[in-house]
Design a binder for this molecule. Sequence first.
Ligand code: NAD
Length: 456
Amino acid sequence: MMLRSINPSNYKVVGSVKVSTPKEISDKVRQARLYQKYWSEMGAAMRVHMVRKAMAEFEKRKDEVIKLESMEMGKPITAAASDFNDAMAFANWYLDNAEKCLAAETTFEDEKEIHRVYREPLGVAAVIIPWNYPFLMFVWTVIPNLLAGNCVVLKHSEECPLIGKLIEEVMHKYVHVSAFSEVYGGGEVGMLLVRNDIGLISFTGSTATGKKLYETAGRKFIRAVMEMGGSAPGIVFEDANIDEAVKSICTYRLTNAGQYCDGLKRLMVHQDRFEEVVSKLSNAFATLWVGPADLESTELGPLVAKRQLDLLAAQVADAKRLEARVITGGKSLESELGGAFFQPTLLTGVTPAMRVWREEVFGPVLPVVRFRTEDEAISIANDTVYGLGGYVYTADMNRAERVARALKTGMVSINGTNYTTPFNPFGGWKNSGMGREHGKYGFHELTQTKVVARNK
Ligand code: NAD
């Protein structure tokens, strides 16, 4: 059976890849298990050396990665270039810091005894990732696992199998085929993969899928790092610098056509600045250039696929039916532009009953509500099953800290400061996941902790 890759800018087929059979999947896991001891005993320095060479080749083939990302998932070409640079910055940080993060720590020492804590690999990681940042997601998950000493069997998203093939081709020049391999297909292939004898599930994707995989991990009693969906609140207080806040909100809502986990998906504005914020956002949304991903002038590309467009259109239709006000946008551009395009959309008059408020909205649509007091803003912000990111805009740093601490989320940005760095832990509370990526926190998540206490 073949998996077809479709360009969402024009719905043309750009290539196809063979779906992995159950035997191929279990063979890859078995090979990885056989190689696991060698990979783990080789030591972090050698693993860093090999992976660094692979990353150098990706750097040389950057244009291929960028073009494929743009073709397979509709990321505007300029955004794909900037995502590639981000991914390399993360990879370089992991490579430069893995040995330090994984080094043994002395917890106690006197003239008689020494106690040390070692970090040891968990075993074969089944890594399952989404399509929204095809190369960055590979870097965020596979590279730290490999450096931590876990062999990896990767299942990339069915929306970007050609990037998966390119990743496999490059990796296999520098990393043994048993240390890193890939399987291809949709959810059913992911399910088959985790049924095998693995040591860890490293998952990034929707909350619905994450919950199923967590059940599997629970039955097997293995570690699961779960990076799932989000519906991050943004709160604009009356003392905020509105022009700066509006710029930042546009970035955090519209980047990647709104298709990223910790995007700002629900906006709360103090009643005294509500009309001003809505009017400035409306101008910014209405003047964005929507077009095919391969044009340099495109500011907002299509969604990843028709099914994602249909879902977004249904969420917006539900809001309209329940009498939300469409300030700008509100429509699919599929018939005009011939791909999975949706207008940047601003909605007011939104209530908690509406799907755009309750569900994760993976597209360029922003619902805005007003609030009167700080407590009210916090309570609206926390009224969600998600808890990934949060965004606060205020000139008062005491209030900023207080509100940030009150938000039930894994990360909070104040006045647009970017928290997504290789040294900060990234991950969610509540239905947004468990476990953390990046920094020493991320490496620790992928390893066992062992204490060795001895006399001298
Ligand atoms: P998805 O859950 O549909 O798919 C993610 C991956 O899981 C894909 O590779 C898919 O084939 C696989 N999969 C699907 N069903 C499976 C099953 N039953 N068993 C095993 N594997 C299965 O998600 P998506 O639509 O690809 O990605 C979008 C979602 O990812 C959004 O919810 C977004 O918020 C989330 N996301 C989270 C983070 C984070 O770090 N928290 C980052 C990026 C994306």
